[in-house]
Design a protein around this ligand. Structure first.
Ligand SMILES: C[S@@+](CC[C@H](N)C(=O)[O-])C[C@H]1O[C@@H](n2cnc3c(N)ncnc32)[C@H](O)[C@@H]1O
Length: 368
C-alpha cells in the first residue's frame, strides 16, 4: 500500500504550488535543449509518447508537457500522447477538469495533435507497455517513499531531521538509516521501470526537492520545523495526544544529487541502460520569498508559505489524527499556529528550495 494520501484535494495543491512550478521551469529547459537528439516518429507514423509521473491535480504537469510538446513540434508533426500518472489517492477529478476545462470545443490542453490520458499507477513499477515512451518526466515526486519503513522517529516528524536552527540530535544517523535504504530501493525500482518503458534514445528528466550537503541545507528546512513546532504547541495545550506526534512520520526522503545518480553508477544493469547527461543541485526560486523581498509584507508571506506547505502536509497530518478526535478543528488550529509562528519568527523557518535533478538517456541494453 503506497504511503502517501496525496495532495490536499479540490484544486488546493494547484492553487498553492507555484514554488514547485518555478522548480519545473528551471529544469525543463534541460529537456527542451535535448529534443534535437530525440528519436521521433515522422508525421503519419506511430504516436510519440510523453509520460509524466506524479502529475497530481495537473496544473504544473500540464504546463510542463505543453512546453515540452512545443519543443518537440519543431522536430515532428507526429501525433502524440501526453500521459499523466499518479497514485489512486490523487484527485484525478481535478486532473480531468484541467485536461478538459471547458468541455466540447476546448482547445487541446497540450497542443494540436497531442492527445491526453490519465493513468493510475505507482511510478515505482511499470505503468505503460515496454519500449513505448519517448520522454518521461517526474517533478517533485521521487522523494515520496513507496512505503514507510517499520521505524519510529519519536522526537521529530521527518527522517532528514530539523534544520541547523533546530535540534540536530532529534534524529540520529541510526534512525535515519531505514529511510535511506527505503529511498535507495525505491529509486532502483523507479529507474528499472523507466528503463523498460523508454525507447532507445528516449529521455528521462527527474527533478525533486533535495539536499545540498556541501551547504548543509535541505529543502525540508523551515517547512517541517514549523509544522513540528505547531503540532508540539497542540500537544502542550492538550488538544493533541503526545503519542500522535511521536508516531507521526512523513513518508519523505530528501536526496542529494549524488544519491539521485548513485544507482546508475553502481548497478550494472542500470549503468548499461542509461547515460547520465546532466546531474545538478540548484536552488530554485521561491515566489513567496521573492515577493517578501519586494514588498516586505510579512503577513502575506506567512499566509502564502502556509498555503504552500499545507497543500502537501495536511493530508498526512490528517491521516495521523485518531478517529475519536475533531480532525477539522485540530487541522485548522495547527495551520493557524503555523502561520502565526512564521510571521513571528521568519528567520527560524527560513526556507530555500534546494532542487536536485538528473537528465538521462536510455541507451540500448547490453546483451549477454
Ligand atoms: C508534490 S506533488 C508534485 C505534483 C507535480 N508533479 C508538481 O511538480 O507540481 C507529488 C505527487 O507525487 C505523487 N506520488 C507520490 N508517490 C507516488 C508514486 N509512487 N507513484 C506515482 N505518483 C506518486 C503524489 O500523489 C503527488 O500527486
Amino acid at each position: 500500500m503506497p504511503s502517501t494520501p496525496g495532495m490536499k484535494p479540490g484544486g488546493f495543491y494547484d492553487s498553492h504550488s507555484d514554488t514547485q512550478g518555478a522548480a519545473i521551469d528551471t529544469f525543463l529547459p534541460w529537456l527542451v535543449d535535448a529534443v534535437d537528439e530525440l528519436p521521433v516518429p515522422a508525421a503519419g507514423g506511430p504516436p510519440l509518447t510523453l509520460l509524466d509521473l506524479g502529475s497530481s491535480q495537473g496544473k504544473n504537469a500540464i504546463r510542463a508537457m505543453r512546453g515540452l510538446a512545443e519543443a518537440i513540434r519543431r522536430r515532428t508533426d507526429a501525433p502524440a500522447w501526453a500521459l499523466f500518472s499518479d497514485l489512486p489517492t490523487n484527485d484525478f477529478n481535478r486532473l480531468f477538469v484541467n485536461l478538459f476545462p471547458h468541455g466540447p470545443g476546448s482547445p487541446p490542453p497540450i497542443g494540436e495533435g497531442v492527445f491526453t490520458a490519465a493513468v493510475a499507477g505507482s511510478a515505482y513499477g511499470p505503468i505503460v507497455p515496454p519500449a513505448s515512451v519517448h520522454v518521461a518526466t517526474s517533478f517533485n515526486m521521487i522523494g515520496w517513499l513507496d512505503a514507510l519503513p517499520p521505524a519510529r522517529l519519536p522526537r521529530y516528524i521527518l527522517a532528514t531531521g530539523p534544520s541547523a536552527r533546530g535540534d540536530r540530535s532529534a534524529v540520529t544517523e541510526e534512525e535515519r538509516e531505514p529511510f535511506r535504504r527505503q529511498a535507495a530501493s525505491d529509486l532502483h525500482r523507479f529507474y528499472r521501470a523507466r528503463a523498460g518503458e523508454l525507447v532507445p534514445g528516449g529521455k528521462l528528466l527527474v527533478q525533486v526537492f533535495g539536499r545540498d550537503e556541501a551547504r548543509d541545507r535541505s529543502a525540508s528546512d523551515g517547512i517541517y520545523d514549523v509544522v513540528s513546532d505547531a503540532l508540539l504547541d497542540l500537544v502542550d495545550d492538550g488538544s493533541l495526544p503526545a503519542k500522535v506526534y511521536e508516531d507521526l512520520v512523513f513518508p519523505l526522503y530528501f536526496r542529494t544529487a549524488g544519491e539521485l545518480v548513485e544507482p546508475i553508477e553502481s548497478e550494472p544493469d542500470l549503468a548499461s541502460t542509461f547515460r547520465v547527461d546532466r546531474a545538478e543541485t540548484v536552488e530554485t526560486p521561491v515566489p513567496f520569498n521573492a515577493e517578501l523581498e519586494r514588498d516586505g509584507d510579512l503577513g502575506e508571506w506567512a499566509r502564502r508559505f502556509t498555503g504552500f506547505l499545507r497543500a502537501f502536509t495536511e493530508p498526512i497530518v490528517a491521516a495521523a489524527i485518531p478517529a475519536n478526535l475533531p480532525a477539522d478543528e485540530i487541522l485548522a488550529d495547527a495551520y493557524r499556529r503555523v502561520e502565526a509562528r512564521l510571521e513571528e519568527d521568519p528567520a527560524r523557518y527560513e526556507f530555500r528550495f534546494i532542487s536536485v535533478g538528473v537528465l538521462l538517456t536510455r541507451t540500448p541494453a547490453r546483451r549477454g
